[in-house]
Design a binder for this molecule. Structure first.
Ligand SMILES: [Zn+2]
Length: 302
């Protein structure tokens, strides 16, 4: 693994003797790139950074290329009304909607409950090859998105999981966020249908105890290779297999040709209504915080 793979990469690993699998990843420049499209206050940047890490952790467990993982956190009356992050083929994107005045009243370091009040996290897996789509919804009643994700796996999937997410956000420096997911997938329980769930997992309890010793500053130390973290945590295990790192990038699917083709399907009369006085239709992408101008004149007759 090259040194550049310490950052903006996801690494998969398995511990066969414990029936455990994991993902570990760190976002740096990609995160700055996503955040640069918006001008969010630090508390919202940290929240979105955590959501992007979680989306990539969960998304990188999708079996087939082309699958998509979407996180959506919502409330009715929270300071943050909407938080969206998704992952597809190594690409992450996301945005948040929030009430800036109410956020300012919460101080510099609001809790998850402060941000969302009574909120919910929807986790949607879209499997590309099978077309299978499933969604789980859990309340945001823990202290972090990571604990909501643990809750989701335990409740909806009966998969004991450890999710650890850390962000580092210092003035004048870029933002850094990282996370690790560790899951117990006992033999015969890898598929989605299970006849029963065992509640005693001594093999799992052992790796779980090791996983929770992971420190925030290890995760967010850009000089520390991800493989070193996995090694430090699990070096006493018989075999730890590490997969090739997957590069993470900032992605959005808002390309101008696609936007044009969507608008082109509307009747000419409706396109006319969408356009401003200059004959320009402005189409915005919430993820990129950009407006794409499409000229009314660019559509052929009919
Ligand atoms: Zn976009």
């Amino acid at each position: 693994m090259t040194s550049s793979a310490h950052i903006d990469h996801a690494l998969g690993f398995t511990i066969p003797s414990r029936n455990a699998r994991g993902r570990i990843l760190r976002l740096g420049p990609v995160l700055d790139d996503v955040l640069a499209a918006h001008a969010y206050p630090p508390a919202i940047e940290r929240l979105l950074a955590s959501a992007l890490v979680l989306a990539a952790l969960l998304g990188s467990t999708l079996k087939h290329a082309g699958g998509q993982l979407t996180l959506q956190a919502q409330t009715e009356s929270g300071v943050v009304s909407l938080l969206v992050a998704d992952y597809k083929n190594g690409e992450v994107r996301g945005y948040a909607k929030f009430d800036a005045d109410r956020l300012a009243e919460l101080g510099p370091d609001p809790t998850l409950f402060g941000l969302f009040g009574k909120g919910y996290l929807a986790i949607t897996f879209d499997q590309a090859v099978t077309g299978e789509r499933y969604q789980g919804i859990v309340p945001l009643d823990g202290d972090s998105l990571a604990s909501a994700a643990e809750h989701y796996f335990f409740q909806s999937e009966q998969i004991p999981s450890v999710v650890h997410i850390a962000t580092r956000h210092e003035a004048g420096e870029g933002c850094l966020a990282a996370g690790m997911l560790l899951q117990h997938l006992p033999e015969g329980e890898v598929g989605r249908d299970r006849l029963h769930t065992r509640h005693d997992h001594p093999e799992w309890e052992h790796v779980q105890a090791l996983a929770v010793t992971l420190q925030d500053d290890e995760l967010t130390n850009p000089a520390l290779p991800l493989t070193d973290i996995v090694w430090r945590l699990f070096h006493e295990e018989e075999v730890v297999r590490v997969t090739d790192p997957v590069e993470l990038t900032k992605g959005c699917r808002c390309d101008i040709d696609h936007i044009r083709s969507v608008i082109g399907r509307f009747p000419a009369s409706e396109r006319l209504e969408m356009a401003d006085d200059q004959g320009v239709i402005g189409v915005d992408c919430a993820f990129c915080s950009r407006i794409f101008p499409v000229l009314l004149d660019s559509f052929a007759e009919g």
